[in-house]
Design a binder for this molecule. Structure first.
Ligand SMILES: NC(=O)C1=CN([C@@H]2O[C@H](COP(=O)(O)OP(=O)(O)OC[C@H]3O[C@@H](n4cnc5c(N)ncnc54)[C@H](OP(=O)(O)O)[C@@H]3O)[C@@H](O)[C@H]2O)C=CC1
Ligand SMILES: C[C@H]1O[C@H](OP(=O)(O)OP(=O)(O)OC[C@H]2O[C@@H](n3cnc4c(=O)[nH]c(N)nc43)[C@H](O)[C@@H]2O)[C@@H](O)[C@@H](O)C1=O
Length: 317
């Protein structure tokens, strides 16, 4: 990407899009275009085509999506499949129609089978059944990455797909019911300390393992891929190591200073037992993450403490 190239970051107010915007600006990219969800609903085909027709972006990071944690995915499967299919279909097709030089589509490690061999290589896609709690979202994301691949095959366009592991960091969604595990637990422990609660409730058995990538490292990886990767296969983006949810809980408990009881609510789903990505394809290109889990959690906790009142006020509106 040339420093003055016209770059569209879709979903720039989200966790990923926000970090991408910061990283692109820091790296000296000067011509970035954005639209809020309210200004441009990417599920509306004619609006998306009109936007591409008038703006003619050269590069597109497709980081807009309907996103949520395990419970949101399991509770609203129709919303997850409809919105994510529509966004992928509309943006990828409009990018082809309007001559976008390169597009990066974002999926997620949940596209792989529930009981996949570990660590998960890119080629394990579609080799057995999906995890039921996020099947609808995974099917939409698989459709998106396959669409990018088929457009490359038929039309010769440079569309690539990245599959990140679970992400976290400043600017995440901290909603107690709809968010992912790290923002939910950071908030639960912070509130327990602040309100002197006796216990913190963690969902599931605590036995599943998850791999976590800090959001600024992801943004750096995505810009790296836009500049250095061009292949029909999607590519995994992660750190190559994972932790048990119980270990994560202990780290967050320590950071928060909470000394009460931790209770596991086993009526809540565990989800897939493990989804550790094989990141050798990415590391062999010369990219690796910089932020340890402990450091990333500390930074995100500090961010939450600073923004807690604003987060609560926004939820109450
Ligand atoms: N968070 C994670 O752990 C992971 C995320 N990913 C992928 O990264 C991408 C971004 O996720 P993340 O940043 O976490 O998600 P967020 O929910 O933080 O952000 C998504 C953004 O997309 C926007 N958006 C949603 N629907 C529409 C729409 N119809 N039209 C226009 N804009 C829309 C949202 O705007 P608004 O809020 O106004 O609706 C929001 O700004 C997704 O593709 C996801 O699959 C992959 C792996 C893990
Ligand atoms: C990124 C990824 O994210 C989702 O999949 P997930 O990895 O299962 O996501 P999660 O972060 O919500 O949970 C991870 C683990 O943590 C446990 N857990 C404990 N306590 C809380 C808790 O308080 N909140 C949440 N959300 N989880 C908790 C929880 O029970 C589970 O065992 C999908 O949206 C999927 O589509 C996707 O792409």
């Amino acid at each position: 990407m040339e420093k003055n190239a016209k770059i569209y970051v879709a979903g720039h107010r989200g966790l990923v899009g926000g970090a991408l915007l910061r990283a692109l600006q820091q790296q000296g990219y000067t011509n970035i275009i954005t639209r809020t969800h309210q200004e441009l609903d990417l599920t509306r085909q004619s609006e998306v085509e009109a936007f591409f027709q008038s703006e003619k972006p050269e590069y597109v990071f497709l980081s807009a999506a309907k996103v949520g944690g395990i419970l949101a995915n399991a509770t609203y499967p129709a919303d997850f499949i409809y919105q994510n299919l529509a966004i992928a279909m509309n943006v990828i097709h409009a990018a082809y129609l309007h001559g976008v030089k390169k597009l990066l589509f974002l999926g997620s490690s949940c596209i792989y089978p529930k009981l996949c061999p570990q660590p998960i290589k890119e080629e394990y896609l579609l080799t057995s059944s999906l995890e039921p709690t996020n099947e609808a979202y995974a099917i939409a994301k698989i459709a998106g990455l396959e669409m990018a691949r088929f457009y490359r095959k038929q039309y010769g366009v440079d569309f690539i797909s990245a599959m990140p592991t679970n992400l976290y960091g400043p600017g995440d969604n901290f909603h107690l019911a709809h968010s992912h595990v790290i923002p939910a637990l950071l908030r639960k422990f912070y509130e327990a300390v602040r309100e002197q609660k006796a216990e913190v409730v963690v969902w599931g058995t605590g036995k599943p393992r998850r791999e976590f990538l800090y959001i600024d490292d992801l943004a750096d990886a995505l810009i790296f891929l836009m500049n250095h990767y061009s292949d029909e296969s999607h590519i995994n983006v992660g750190v190559g190591e994972d932790v048990e949810i119980r270990e994560l809980v202990e780290m967050i408990r320590e950071i928060s200073g909470f000394s009460g009881k931790v209770v596991y609510d086993t009526s809540k789903p565990d989800g897939t037992p493990r989804k550790l990505l094989d990141v050798s394809r990415l590391t062999s290109l010369g990219w690796k993450p910089k932020t340890s889990l402990r450091e990333g959690l500390e930074k995100t906790y500090a961010w939450l403490v600073e923004h807690y009142d604003a987060i609560v006020a926004r939820e109450e509106r």
